[in-house]
Write a protein that binds this ligand. Sequence first.
Ligand code: BTN
Length: 247
Amino acid sequence: MTKSNINIISVQETESTNELAKELLRKGKHSLPFVVQTEYQSQGKGQYLKKWESNKGENLLFSLVINVPQINIEQSFNISKIVAVSIRDVLSTYAKNVNIKWPNDIYVGNKKIAGILIENTIIGQRIDSSIIGIGLNVNQAKFDASLPNPISLKQIISKKTNLDSLRNKIVNQIIETFSLHHSVEEKYRAFLYRKGELGQFIDLSGDEFLGVITGIDSIGKLQIRTENNKIRSFFNNEVQFILPETN
Ligand code: BTN
């Protein structure tokens, strides 16, 4: 996998770049890695069946399709770590205080600048290919009031950023991190949003509790030390952060 020869497939509008990437992967016409990007998604997908909203032509909406022969199913969280750390590294050249909100949201301060939706194709015990969908708020100046806590790069640095060049930096960084087998473990932990801070959480049964994020375990479960000094571990749909009010 090399950085220089990535095929970029651009469409003006699609339902979801992840879905289009899946279709192209099925047809098998493009060699991997390739990128599918669009200016507008009519059915942009977020995690947990949420929608991903983005104004036309203002933000990055793309899916990188890669082979990940070195990663087996149990290690699938490694893909999230590599992608999140890569995006964080690139964005931190533009802005301060860029962190990774477990499992793989990118935050600036207490606001979300990017979301990642990874969909893997599994063959046996191996992940054959991975569709890495990235939505990054770049030049959008205003967001719908119904969205919880969005922020864009423009709102932080007060100027527009060229979408293609930012996309290239991110894609190259992800591919480089995959192919150099860089361990991203330490960086992922170092930039884990709210690690070591007392925070409020809500679990699947609706119970609110106070705790301190201590890290993640080997399969990517979030570890939280609770008030009675016990460590609780959660998969990514099992716990939610109660975020501080933002303005
Ligand atoms: C999340 O934070 O909920 C994940 C959001 C992922 C959005 C991106 S935009 C490009 C790609 N295509 C999609 O339909 N979703 C991802």
